[in-house]
Structures are given as C-alpha cells and as structure tokens.
Design a protein around this ligand. Structure first.
Ligand SMILES: Nc1nc2c(ncn2[C@@H]2O[C@H](COP(=O)(O)OP(=O)(O)OP(=O)(O)O)[C@@H](O)[C@H]2O)c(=O)[nH]1
Ligand SMILES: [Mg+2]
Ligand SMILES: [Zn+2]
Length: 312
C-alpha cells in the first residue's frame, strides 16, 4: 500500500542565511514512500510561520524544528514549530549543545589566561560541559606543551592538544566528537577553528585566513554559525571568533563557575554563608590558585557593573 507523504517532518537548523533558515531533514523518513525515494540528507531553505514570532519562539542553529509545505523541487519549506531546547549557548548562539570545545592556540595568537577563562566561564554559565582544544601545538616545544596541559589541569579542565600541521591529537579529537551529539567549536578569532573543521571534514572547504602579523590576532574570517555532520549522528559547529566574552553572573555564584574553586567549596564550607571569598575570615578558597586574582578582579567588575550583574 502506498504510504501517505507525511504533512510535516522534523529537521535541524544547520545555518541562518539573512532572514532564511537552512534546515536539514533526513531522507530516510521517506524511504518506504513510493513517490520519494531518498537515501540521504537534504537541506531546505526555510521561512518561519508568523505564529512562532507571536509566541516569542526564537530559532537558532541547533534547534529541532517541524517543517511543512515542502517543495522538493526548489528545496524550500516553512518552519511550523520548534521543539524545546535541552541547552542554549548564548554567544555564539547555538541550541541543544552537548559540548563546548573551546579552542585556544598556544601561539599566534598567544595563549591568554584571561581570554581562555572568559570562554570557559561562558560555557559554565550555560551549564554546558566544556573541553579545551589546545591548538597549533606544532609552534611550541614538548616541554612547554606539558606546562600548558598541567596548567589547565589545575584549572580543572581536560584538554586535547592538536595540530593540523602534523595531525597530532586529531584522532583523539575525532573520537571525542563522534561520541558527542552536538559540539560547538568556540574561541578567539584566528585560533584555527575553521582550519580544524576543514582538516576533519575535507568536503567542508571553508575559508580561513592567517593571523594579522601587526595585531597578532585573527581577522574574523568566519561570520556565521554552521553545523557539519561528523560521523553517524554527531554534529560539529563552526562559529565566528570573538575576543572578549562577557561574563553575566550573580556575585554569589561567580566562584562556582571555576571548577578548581567549586571542588574546594564542595569539600568544605566557608565560615560565612554569604562569603564572596575575598578577605572574609574562615574562607576555604586557596588564594594561591592561579586564577584567584582573575576571580577577584572580575568579581569587582560584576559588583560595580552599571547593568545588574554584568561585566565584560
Ligand atoms: N601552525 C599552525 N597554524 C595553524 C594551525 N591551525 C590553523 N592554523 C592557521 O591559523 C590561521 C587561522 O585559522 P582559522 O581556521 O581561519 O581560524 P579561526 O579560529 O577559524 O578564525 P575566525 O574564523 O576568525 O574565528 C590560518 O592561517 C591557519 O592556517 C595549526 O595547527 N598550526
Ligand atoms: Mg573561522
Ligand atoms: Zn569563602
């Protein structure tokens, strides 16, 4: 018996282009359909039903949506609904993220503790698991690399050191990405996020550019968030680099965004319940930890921010 073509089907938003959304749907849904015989994925250029705007439902890359009025010849459709998100990374804006892979280069541009921490705090604020991808390790010695890895361990983070020049760490990174549903590559401009995607998915062929010799910074080559398939059911997002992520947090919760402080606060309690871990007596935070002064400076900024609990 001929199956009825489904009225609307589910897909994932893989990119935003001007006022359109690119939605990828799975042709497998139609395999038994005698009219459409599909075997792979298809991208549709979509608009959205006005009712979604009235309902205040935003749609970003990573959102699972229902599409209807599908025109297969012209690859167009209309988004009629959006599923609730399991997570949302605010900047770069990506929905349903399961892992933020924060790319930080050891050189060109040089590793910057404050900048790296700001990216990590963004992931922590969104309650999304973070992993550091230490890039361009061909530019430093083995000895210096060990120092970086140990430093990040003290901050409470695992890292995967990689280089696309000599393929070091690439297999380990692929293994991690293939067991994760949606990984976002985030980080400053010029650290090599897009180069990594081109290396991992050669068909992507995305534009990259050298770091500015004068400013020693990236040149903001990637302008949009885009999702790419990597392995069965795993997605990887390239994102535009930016240099100083904003920290949005309440002063009392700030210390909990640092894994190395979190461990201390879980193991023992400060004398005062409202301790902000500065000069309060009976505070359990170890003031010798590397990121302690960064914590204090930014706490001050958060407290004195003209906007409620914003700094950056
Ligand atoms: N030596 C070395 N250079 C690299 C490596 N990975 C990337 N690069 C270079 O770094 C430069 C910047 O790379 P991109 O991939 O454009 O950086 P990006 O993070 O995507 O930058 P934005 O799109 O601006 O955010 C390019 O010239 C790359 O060739 C690496 O492993 N080693
Ligand atoms: Mg890029
Ligand atoms: Zn304290």
């Amino acid at each position: 018996m001929k199956k009825n073509k489904p009225k609307n089907i589910k897909g994932i938003v893989v990119a935003l282009k001007a006022s359109f959304l690119i939605v990828e749907i799975d042709y497998q849904d139609f395999k038994e359909d005698s009219f459409y015989q599909f075997s792979e994925k298809i991208k549709l250029l979509c608009t959205r039903r006005a009712k979604l705007d009235y309902q205040g439902l935003f749609i970003d890359v990573g959102d699972i949506v229902s599409v209807e009025s599908i025109d297969y010849n012209n690859k167009r459709a209309v988004i009629s609904d959006v599923e609730p998100r399991i997570s949302f990374l605010k900047r770069p804006a990506v929905a349903n993220v399961t892992l933020v892979a924060i790319c930080i280069s050891v050189d060109q541009p040089l590793f910057d503790m404050e900048q790296a921490s700001r990216f990590l705090l963004t992931a922590e604020c969104s309650n999304i698991k973070a992993l550091i991808v230490l890039t361009k390790i061909d530019l430093i010695t083995k000895h210096d690399l060990i120092l970086y890895v140990n430093k990040l361990k003290c901050w409470g983070y695992d890292c995967i050191p990689v280089s696309i020049q000599n393929s070091q760490g690439i297999d380990l990174l692929i293994e991690q990405l293939r067991k994760t549903k949606l990984t976002v590559l985030a980080g400053p401009s010029g650290v090599g996020k897009t180069s990594l995607i081109n290396h991992l998915i050669p068909t992507a062929s995305l534009p990259t550019s050298p770091v500015s010799k004068k400013l020693k910074r990236g040149t903001h080559t990637t302008r949009h968030v885009e999702l790419f398939a990597i392995g069965e059911g795993s997605l990887l997002a390239d994102t535009p680099g930016f240099n100083r992520p904003e920290i949005v947090c309440e002063p009392s919760g700030f210390a909990y965004l640092f894994p190395e402080f979190r461990t201390q606060l879980t193991n023992s309690k400060c004398k005062f319940r409202n301790c902000l871990h500065r000069d309060e007596p009976g505070c359990v935070i170890d003031k010798d930890l590397e990121r302690y002064s960064f914590y204090c400076e930014n706490l001050e900024e958060i407290i004195n921010s003209p906007l409620p609990y914003q700094a950056g």
